[in-house]
Design a protein around this ligand. Sequence first.
Ligand code: IMP
Ligand code: MG
Length: 178
Amino acid sequence: MHKDLEKVLYTEEEIRETAKRLADQINEDYAGQEVVFVGLLKGSVQFMADLLKNIEIMCTVDFMCVSSYGNGTKSTGRVNIIKDLSEPIDDKNVIIVEDIIDSGNTLNFIKRYFSAKNANSVRICTLLNKPSRREVEIDVDYIGFDVPDEFVVGYGLDYCEYYRNLPYIGVLKPEIYA
Ligand code: IMP
Ligand code: MG
């Protein structure tokens, strides 16, 4: 598995420090308030775990699963709900936890979907951001790292469902998906 990677972008240690930095910021911004963290499956699982360990405000946790990618490396622009929220979010402060924002189509859809469900506020916390690939304008409130336009895997991120278990983030060798 490790041999399929061209290089390591962020080590386990760097990611852990970044998750702590983002959690500290959230603790400060939402002091005295309650938050629902909604992780997008499956890519956000490792990040959600590291983030939550550093969250000190009252919170609940939920997950949604949507798909926009199929098994390729390019967004299709269409978003399907595969698993919906399990609790209502009326009047709640929601923070969406995401692995990476690429075209922005997924988050754009989910943000509108949550607003339609009468959330009090909706913010986005993403570990990785690929601003060069944006197709729709979207406000991102908490960003771990801005990444170059390369296909990355590990720490929850997959290629054809593989590599999610890597504890670090790396660039996949192009010959793997060519
Ligand atoms: P968007 O809708 O184009 O912003 O895509 C968001 C989703 O695409 C993310 O949740 C990821 O699952 C997937 N994705 C985008 N870029 C990458 C990448 O470089 N590696 C792995 N998955 C990616
Ligand atoms: Mg994905």
